[in-house]
Structures are given as C-alpha cells and as structure tokens.
Write a protein that binds this ligand. Structure first.
Ligand SMILES: NC(=O)C1=CN([C@@H]2O[C@H](COP(=O)(O)OP(=O)(O)OC[C@H]3O[C@@H](n4cnc5c(N)ncnc54)[C@H](O)[C@@H]3O)[C@@H](O)[C@H]2O)C=CC1
Length: 419
C-alpha cells in the first residue's frame, strides 16, 4: 500500500513521484491553504461524522506532531516483517515517508465520502501497478500500519479505534486492489519510452521527446511518472509539454535541480536511444471540451509545459476560445519556450502570450495578473513552482475568480524533496 504524502518535484515540468501511497491530486485544503488539519477543511463536520471517522480523526490529530516517527517506524516494521517488499521501494525513503502520511490524511479527510475515497484511492491503486504492487501485499502493509498507529497514538488507542482503522484500511485497500485489477484489463502497468530527441534549451533545461512502445492515450494538461535507467524505482512526475500527436510521440520539459537525481540524469545524461519507463497519464488540469469561455493560464518556468499542451490542444480542436498566457521566468534566458509560444500566438488570433520577467529578483506574475484582466469570467490554469501556484491562486481569487474555476496540480506534490 502506498500512502500519499508529499510530491517531490525533481525537475522543471515535474512534480515528484507517487510511491507507495504517493499521489498527485488536488490538495484537500486547496492552494495556499496550508496543510489540512487532521480532519481536513473539506471534511464532514465532526458533529455529522460517522463514529469511525471520529476515531480515525482523533488518531491522526494525536499523530500530527510525530508524523516522521510514525512513518519511519511503519516502514521499518514492514521491511523487517516482509523483506521482499523492500525491492518495491526506492533506495532512499524520505519522500516515501512523507507520502504515507499524506495518504493517511487524505483517508481521514474523506473518511465518510465514499465517492471521494474511490476516486482518490482508485487512482492510487492504478498508479501502484508500476511499482509491482500485488493484492497479497496489502494485508501485511495494513498490519504494520496499524502497529505503527497503535504505538504512536497509544494515549487514544483502544479496541474501538483499532476496529475503526481496520475497517478504514480494508475499505481503502479494496478500492486500490479493485482499481488496479480493472486497469490491468485495459492498460499496461507502465510503458517503455525511447528518447528520440534531447535538446538542451538552457544549461539546465532539456526538452525530451520520447516514443512509447505502445499507444499512450492522454489528455493535454496531464502528467505522468518517469523512471530513468540510472535511478531504478525512483519515479518523478512530468507534465506532457504537447497535446496528443498523430505520431504518438510525447514531449517533456525537464529542469535539472541541484539535488534532483532524476532531473539531472534526464538533462545531463540522457540522450537518444535511452529507454525510460513511463507510468500512466494522470491529472485533472484539463480543458472541458464542452465549455466555451476564456482561459487565463499562469505558468512559471517549466510550468509552461502543460500550458503549452493545453494551447496546442485548443488550437487543434479549433476551439477559438480566448486564451491569455502569462509566462513567468526569472530572467529572459529562462523563457526557454517563448519562441514556440509566440509562434502559436501569431497563428491564432484568440491567443495572447505575455512574458513576465522577475524584477530585481522579485516575482511579477501576481502583479501582472492584477494589471490585466478582469478574469472573473475565465477558467484559470496555474502551473509552476508551489510558491508561484499559491501566490497566483491568491491573486486570481483576490480579483474575483471563484475557486472552482481555478485549476492546478496539488501544491504539496510539487514540493521539492531533492532527489
Ligand atoms: N503542473 C504544474 O504545476 C507544473 C509544475 N512544475 C513545477 O514548476 C517548477 C518550475 O521550476 P523553475 O523553472 O525552476 O521555476 P523558477 O523557480 O525559475 O520560477 C519560475 C517563475 O515562477 C515565479 N515564482 C517563483 N516563486 C514565486 C512566488 N512566490 N510568487 C510568484 N511567482 C513566483 C518566478 O518569478 C518565475 O517567474 C518546478 O517546481 C516544477 O516542479 C512544472 C511543470 C508543471
């Protein structure tokens, strides 16, 4: 079982990985909202919560200050009891530990919301296929999890609490197992993807184009996990930087970050002929084909990747919806994809691209958003570093864009973990 925690962004257009219980969904607290409390802001109020939900929330409230110890203990227990499972995990477990706790928080937040649980953990179950997770692994994981919770939440732990956790875990693991089984009938656990071109756009940003070994259906705005041959079992998420193409090729923008094992390998080591592993497409930062209003897109750095894919997609569908793209970068040189964007702008009168460069080291994107506009009738798409997403979302909300019209990937999944 894989419990979602934080997403380690390794690269530019990446957002971390999903390990056991790792995921990349919209954060329960919403952008800029900080960490959810043990109950979660979107959760059913305690007064209406089921008895099981009250008990699991009480446990999590007790564990918040010792999250690291709980997760370390859990994995230690798991690997001692089931040494064979160690091979399913990456060598370094720091990101993993964080992801486990986040998954627990998600489970707690949605304890009484069967459809949210099915959605979140179904996605997680499908995503776990690429790690080699099997149904028979879940009972051992559950026992170790409950062992860890029992130990660290001793002051509130009793037979009823344990029974509530067993029921919650059983429900979640069944959702994951069922989703993986259903997915197995229609899709591979992973794809092999050969690099067919590798272009260094700046000293630390590369544009990679890969050819999957089988058809790879996805939507513009989505992302996938990638594993390199040099760092087995370390998966990092990268957004597709182009809309689906007739030749089946996929493009990613990767920025090498100093402690990013995967991103550095992809930028400085990878080249044509190398074969990557590619997880299934995921993410909900997509465009509703039935909608017809304007779009305001806010991209920072390699966050331009999914925005460019969305623009290409709209162009291919001849949507003719007004689209404004704010493309932020620290320096002119960092606007590595501006020529393509400006080319799209010339070809499509409905598209406006506005480069926004930092001034005296200070980000200008929020200010630019406030200066132009209004955006209150637009759908907003925000993509880039977590701090930029937070401030971009704040700026948009501040000028009247309702939260349900703002799309972005999960902020905590973007947090750099340094691999
Ligand atoms: N779907 C998504 O959200 C995607 C996210 N990413 C993430 O984007 C990031 C890109 O990194 P870099 O290219 O190094 O970006 P960067 O650090 O060079 O920043 C890019 C832009 O974001 C702005 N920015 C940074 N902090 C800000 C803040 N607090 N408020 C307002 N604006 C701010 C900068 O001013 C600059 O314009 C990575 O963390 C990557 O994981 C990449 C692709 C897709």
């Amino acid at each position: 079982m894989d419990v979602p925690t934080s997403r380690s962004a390794d690269n530019g257009s990446s957002r971390g990985e999903d390990g056991w219980f790792g995921s990349r969904t919209r954060p329960p607290s919403g952008p800029g909202g900080g960490a959810p409390d043990a109950r979660g802001p979107g959760a059913v109020p305690v007064s209406h919560a089921s008895p099981d939900a009250v008990l699991v929330r009480r446990t999590m409230a007790e564990l918040r200050s010792v999250a690291d110890e709980v997760t370390s203990y859990f994995y230690a227990l798991l690997f001692v009891r089931c040494p064979d499972l160690r091979a399913l995990f990456p060598p370094a477990m720091d990101v993993q530990r964080d992801r486990l706790f986040r998954a627990l928080l998600t489970a707690v937040e949605h304890a009484d919301d069967t459809s949210a649980l099915a959605d979140h953990f179904g996605r997680l179950g499908r995503g776990h296929r690429k790690y080699g997770t099997r149904p028979e692994h879940y009972p051992a994981v559950g026992e170790c999890l409950i062992g860890a919770l029992r130990r660290f939440a001793a002051s509130v732990w009793d037979a009823e609490t344990e029974a509530a956790w067993v029921r919650a875990y059983t429900k979640i693991s069944q959702v994951m197992i069922d989703a993986a089984a259903a997915d197995e009938l229609i899709a591979p656990a992973w794809w092999h993807a050969e690099i067919v071109s590798h272009e260094l756009r700046t000293p630390d940003v590369a544009v990679l184009t890969v050819r999957p070994d089988r058809p790879y259906p996805f939507l513009a705005g989505q992302y996938a996990a990638l594993e390199t041959p040099w760092w087995p079992r370390i998966w990092r998420h990268y957004s597709f930087a182009s809309a689906p193409r007739s030749d089946g090729l996929l493009t990613f923008h990767v920025k090498a970050i100093s402690a990013g094992w995967v991103s550095r390998a992809l930028v400085h080591r990878a080249g044509p002929g190398h074969v990557l592993r590619l997880g299934p497409p995921t993410g909900s930062m997509t465009v509703d084909p039935a909608a017809d209003g304007g779009l305001v897109c806010v991209a920072g750095g390699t966050g331009i990747a999914p925005i460019r894919a969305l623009v290409e997609d709209l162009a291919e569908r001849a949507a003719r919806r007004p689209v404004e793209v704010f493309y932020g970068a620290r320096t002119q040189r960092d606007l590595y994809d501006i020529d393509t964007l400006l080319g799209l702008q010339r070809a499509h009168p409905w598209l406006e691209v506005r480069p926004v460069i930092d001034r005296d080291g200070r980000p200008q994107l929020p200010h630019a958003l406030r200066t132009f506009g209004p955006w209150d009738a637009h759908e907003a798409y925000v993509s880039g570093p977590p701090a930029m997403i937070r401030s971009g979302v704040d700026a948009l909300r501040g000028i009247g864009v309702p939260p349900e019209r703002i799309r972005h990937d999960a902020v905590e999944e973007l947090v750099t973990a340094g691999h």
